[in-house]
Design a protein around this ligand. Structure first.
Ligand code: SF4
Ligand code: SF4
Length: 85
């Protein structure tokens, strides 16, 4: 599933440059994740890299965007034009 940044985000800028899908951008008040671009890092890394770098643990699974591993791989292929390993 896509991930979501909650409103406790301190806009530290750590996650945005780390996202391999460029899914993270500055929103009106805090950073936001585009669910159409977030693959939970499937296809790129073993675990979500934004979660790994966030100093305050404010990035969580988005219950409104639940996707299977296969769906995330298909999304990865659509975004990158590559097949996952
Ligand atoms: Fe980007 Fe990965 Fe975080 Fe999704 S989980 S927003 S793809 S860094
Ligand atoms: Fe916000 Fe965490 Fe991203 Fe920093 S790393 S901008 S606190 S979501």
């Amino acid at each position: 599933m896509a991930l979501i940044i909650d409103d406790s985000c301190i806009n530290c800028d750590m996650c945005e440059p780390e996202c391999p899908n460029e899914a993270i951008t500055m929103g009106e008040e805090v950073y936001e994740i585009d669910p159409a671009l977030c693959t939970e890092c499937v296809g790129h890394y073993d675990k979500p890299t934004c979660v790994s770098v966030c100093p305050i643990d404010c990035i969580d699974p988005d219950p409104e965007h639940i996707e299977s591993q296969d769906a995330l791989l298909i999304k990865y292929a659509a975004i990158t034009g590559k097949l996952a390993d």
